[in-house]
Design a protein around this ligand. Structure first.
Ligand SMILES: *[C@@H]1O[C@H](CO)[C@@H](O)[C@H](O)[C@H]1NC(C)=O
Ligand SMILES: *[C@@H]1O[C@H](CO)[C@@H](O)[C@H](O)[C@H]1NC(C)=O
Ligand SMILES: *[C@@H]1O[C@H](CO)[C@@H](O)[C@H](O)[C@H]1NC(C)=O
Ligand SMILES: *[C@@H]1O[C@H](CO)[C@@H](O)[C@H](O)[C@H]1NC(C)=O
Ligand SMILES: *[C@@H]1O[C@H](CO)[C@@H](O)[C@H](O)[C@H]1NC(C)=O
Length: 759
């Protein structure tokens, strides 16, 4: 694999050198003054034939082929034009409605003119162009530099170039895709200029899209002839096709510029043959490659997911950047690639691409992407917002800069709660000293409310257990310097079925919570009527933002719809797993499940592997130490789940470890993860602020074992010398080189913070 990748690189650099030689040649011919010889290749290189002022940025729109092939008619074209407007896509720049092959009768009329197919385009193309123009859009059409088009169901324009260009202009056509089937065997450099000249003489500016399939390297000669030129064969709706076409097109990057673009074929996004991530790769590469953005799906029936991809304004802006420079591969290592290209305003577009089957860290160095070495940049992630299309930026409540810390009633008490318990817990939080270590939230879970809302539809605190009401309770909790959290459900009932959920009452309930002085909402997923969480959770997010109070939003969707990929814009944390149980197997399984989503955590929004079980009795001291250490390193919420009023000394020692808490609350906010696994022996690590590194050596087996973290495993340079602070033994090893090793007892862990020593 590695070797193949390298040989590919070698081939490519040879190819690029060849191209550079040819383009030098082209410049030379360009500046010489040869006498014109008709149909000589050199003629096309001599003059810029195509000065239509079009294609200043890559064309955007739609084309019928990828989804419909020959199954087209005037209804589908009109409905597509309608849909481009109603979806808002035309506003984003998608303006061309392009008819591909199969729109005409096989025979020309008596005067030799092309005739729209009577059975499918009965009103004719002129009427269709009028319709499309009335929508503020442009109409494109298709022909072929041969005797027949590729479908062989209609004539090509070879020998009829002037006549056909005039016909297109008469009809009000704005774009011509000119294909390469059934030719007379002459070179494209002979056949294509004839149509270019014909279009220029037609009296209407018509975008000229050369579809020569890249056979004769049109990037080298297409610029004077066309506004874009295909660099490759037809795309098909698969990852393999898309990614190989992206590679082929990249070779010609240097030849793209405003007015003339490389064309790696139309988009397949929305046609169903690739995953969402793959389509995001497809759209991203096309955008930064300054490729035409011609949608190829059924616009009348797009999924929300497709819409989210192709309507990403910021990605479109890269494609339409006035600088007009095509991005290229800046670095390749196996399946890992860095693509980059300059943008206007001293900005750089950067794509980190993982083509392999496994998650992977990718680094782009300033050298690779031509940023001066000491530059400090602001990096904007353009896809972070994908799923937040409708809900983007909803949740900017300024909370959760570090993971939330506090207590929740469920793990120990389930439904056996009341206001006395909550108050006593608040008291214990303060008197134990835990609040001074950062534990601030006192969170009431399920079962706090009456089953029925009041006459105004408001939720009501349960009279038998919370007789003083929630406002009085929050006043009490606040008086202790703490915050009060509450619980509801994105369904018709909460999970206990003893109280109503907030589905359909989001605004009202959020206002109620705000009026009570609530600081935190855990929002569960029971009795959810089967609607997508991506519809139900943003509603509450919005309602909380409208409530007039800053309320932490904790999504408890159990990880079912991969909330890490979409909840970041609507919540401060999201559960990545089902409920934890107070045993080793549950805790370790959940730790692994949560680890998969590490890269999505960041200040303001965190992965949540559920609340702590430390102190509830189902695990040993060392197991609880592992539980707490891994949760801290993984930037998980530290929500205590035991009875604080009667916590023992061991529990307090675990929960109150300042150094471990400091790892969790580190302001860099990067989730540590499993970096090495050797059977039951694992190394978990993650970066901290001040260039420090947090490391856990974790023995998940049943025998004592030595575990080693090599510097390469944990992101340290091989020559680094560190001081290693053992966070549980409260001791420091100075001057540690190359690796850190320790003997670790079964189900136990060692946890360290490594600080680099100045050389
Ligand atoms: C027009 O084409 C669409 C898409 O192929 C098809 O669903 C529809 O039945 C066609 N309509 C007519 C009137 O032929
Ligand atoms: C799609 O393209 C890939 C790569 O060129 C090729 O391997 C595959 O056979 C094609 N699939 C179809 C259905 O044409
Ligand atoms: C719309 O798309 C859905 C799937 O995305 C499909 O099941 C349905 O048949 C399509 N409807 C039409 C009219 O094409
Ligand atoms: C409140 O809840 C606690 C914990 O379940 C329980 O021990 C106590 O008896 C309850 N108090 C009242 C007054 O119900
Ligand atoms: C751990 O390493 C030490 C030092 O190399 C060695 O003496 C000891 O036997 C090892 N223990 C285990 C359980 O492998």
């Amino acid at each position: 694999m590695g070797r193949r990748e390298r040989s590919e690189m070698v081939n490519m650099s040879i190819l690029m050198m060849m191209m550079m030689m040819s383009s030098t040649l082209m410049t030379m011919v360009d500046s010489s003054r040869l006498v014109q010889r008709a149909s000589d290749d050199s003629e096309i290189l001599r003059r810029h034939l195509l000065a239509n002022g079009l294609g200043v940025t890559p064309p955007m729109g739609w084309n019928s082929w990828n989804h419909f092939s020959c199954n087209i008619n005037e209804t589908v074209i009109k409905e597509t034009a309608d849909a481009l407007v109603t979806t808002g896509l035309s506003k984003l720049g998608y303006n061309y409605v392009n008819i591909d092959d199969c729109w005409a009768e096989l025979s020309r009329d008596k005067k030799g003119k092309l005739v729209p197919k009577k059975s499918t385009f009965p009103s004719g193309i002129k009427a269709l162009a009028d319709y499309v123009h009335s929508k503020g859009l442009k109409l494109g059409i298709y022909s072929d530099a041969g005797y027949l088009t590729c479908s062989k169901t209609m004539p090509g324009s070879l020998g009829y170039e002037e006549k056909d260009a005039k016909t297109f202009a008469e009809w009000g056509i704005d774009y011509l895709k000119y294909d390469n089937c059934n030719t007379d065997g002459t070179r494209p450099t002979v056949r294509y200029p004839v149509m270019t000249r014909a279009l220029m003489k037609s009296g209407r500016p018509i975008f000229h899209s050369l579809c020569e399939w890249g056979d004769m390297h049109p990037a080298l000669w297409g610029a004077p002839l066309g506004n874009s030129w295909r660099t490759t064969n037809d795309i098909n709706d698969s990852w393999l096709s898309m990614i190989s076409i992206a590679d082929m097109n990249e070779i010609y990057a240097a030849h793209a510029r405003p007015g003339g673009w490389n064309d790696p074929d139309m988009l397949e996004v929305g046609n169903g043959g690739m995953t969402k991530d793959e389509y995001i790769v497809h759209f991203s590469i096309w955008a930064i490659s300054k490729a035409p953005l011609l949608l190829g799906c059924d616009i009348r029936n797009m999924t929300k997911e497709t819409m989210e991809i192709v309507a990403n304004k910021e990605v479109i802006a890269l494609n339409q950047d006035p600088h007009g420079v095509q991005a290229k591969k800046a670095r390749m290592e196996g399946d890992i690639q860095v693509w980059a290209g300059p943008l206007s305003g001293y900005r750089v577009a950067l794509l980190l691409l993982n083509r392999g089957p496994k998650r992977s860290d990718i680094t782009a160095f300033w050298d690779d992407i031509e940023i001066p070495p000491n530059s400090i940049v602001e990096a904007r992630d353009l896809w972070k917002l994908v799923d937040g299309f409708q809900s983007r930026m909803l949740m900017n409540n300024g909370l959760a800069l570090t993971p939330q810390m506090g207590w929740n009633s469920w793990n120990h008490f389930q439904c056996n709660i009341n206001e006395t318990l909550i108050k006593q817990t608040a008291d214990a939080m303060v008197s134990s000293g835990l609040s001074a270590r950062g534990y601030k939230y006192i969170n009431i879970d399920d079962c706090w409310g009456e089953l029925k809302r009041d006459a105004q539809g408001n939720m009501v605190a349960k009279a038998s257990t919370f007789p003083s009401g929630m406002k009085a309770l929050s006043d009490y909790v606040h008086s202790k310097g703490l915050k009060l959290g509450i619980y509801s459900d994105a369904g018709t009932f909460t999970c206990s079925q003893t109280m109503p959920g907030s589905l359909g009452h989001e605004e009202q309930d959020a206002k109620t919570f705000a009026s009570w002085g609530i600081d935190y909402l855990k929002y569960d997923n029971c009795f959810n009527t089967g609607t997508s969480p991506k519809e139900r959770y943003p509603k509450m997010s919005k309602a909380l933002m409208n409530s007039g109070r800053s309320i932490f939003f904790s999504l408890c969707e159990w990880g079912q719809d991969d909330p890490a990929t979409w909840a970041g814009d609507i919540g401060n944390s999201w559960r990545t797993t089902g409920d934890i149980q107070d045993n080793w197997k549950s805790m370790t399984t959940i730790a692994d499940q949560n680890d998969r989503w590490a890269s999505y955590a960041r200040p303001g929004s965190w992965n949540d592997p559920d609340m702590l079980e430390v102190g509830n009795g189902g695990m040993t001291r060392e197991e609880y130490r592992s539980h707490f250490s891994i949760w801290a390193l993984a930037k998980a919420p530290l929500l205590i789940g035991c009875d604080l009023r009667s916590m023992d000394k061991v529990t307090f020692e675990l929960l109150s470890n300042k150094d471990v808490i400091a790892v969790n609350q580190d302001k860099l906010g990067i989730q540590g993860k499993k970096v090495k696994k050797d059977g039951d022996l694992e190394v978990w690590a993650g970066p901290l602020s001040k260039k420090r590194v947090a490391v856990i050596l974790w023995n998940r087996g049943s025998l004592p074992a030595n575990i080693t973290a090599g510097w390469e495993d944990i992101g340290l340079h091989s020559s680094a010398i560190v001081n290693a602070r053992d966070l549980w033994a409260h001791s420091t090893h100075s001057g540690v080189k190359k690796q850190l090793s320790a003997l670790v007892e079964p189900h136990a862990c060692k946890m360290y913070t490594l600080t680099r020593r100045k050389a």
